[in-house]
Write a protein that binds this ligand. Structure first.
Ligand SMILES: [Zn+2]
Length: 125
């Protein structure tokens, strides 16, 4: 009698944890079904997963933004110190500083102090 009671208790406990595992799997399955299309780019009307070329292009865009930030900070620091910055070389920037995407030289306006990238699509950087 005691043994039977103990068995049924163990079985009930095992049954409960099985239901819990199934429940967790259902939640994970639902989460996967919801998020997978976003990451795999399927069934959402989104473009297909990124190609190597587009990843490379994105990396060059980021690199260009970073270059511009560094150059702007160098020019701003030089101007703040009271120096006249007529060219990027005056701010210690190598004369061959170029956009990594199109290899265009960055443009610098001594009057406004603005530094721009002439590469198409980088005008707003
Ligand atoms: Zn650029």
């Amino acid at each position: 009698m005691v043994r039977l009671h103990a068995d049924s208790g163990r079985r009930r406990q095992a049954g409960r944890s099985f239901v819990e595992v199934i429940f967790i799997l259902l939640i994970l399955g639902a989460a996967f079904a919801y998020y997978a299309p976003k990451y795999l780019g399927v069934g959402t009307g989104m473009s297909s997963p990124k190609t190597d070329a587009s990843v490379l292009s994105d990396a060059r865009d980021v690199s260009c933004r970073t270059n511009l930030n560094v150059i702007r900070q160098a020019v701003a620091a030089k101007r703040t110190s009271g120096a006249t910055v007529k060219t990027l070389e005056d701010a210690g920037i190598a004369g061959d500083a170029k956009c990594p995407a199109g290899a265009e030289a960055y443009t610098y306006s001594a009057e406004s102090g603005s530094i721009r990238c002439p590469h198409p699509g980088h005008e707003a950087f």
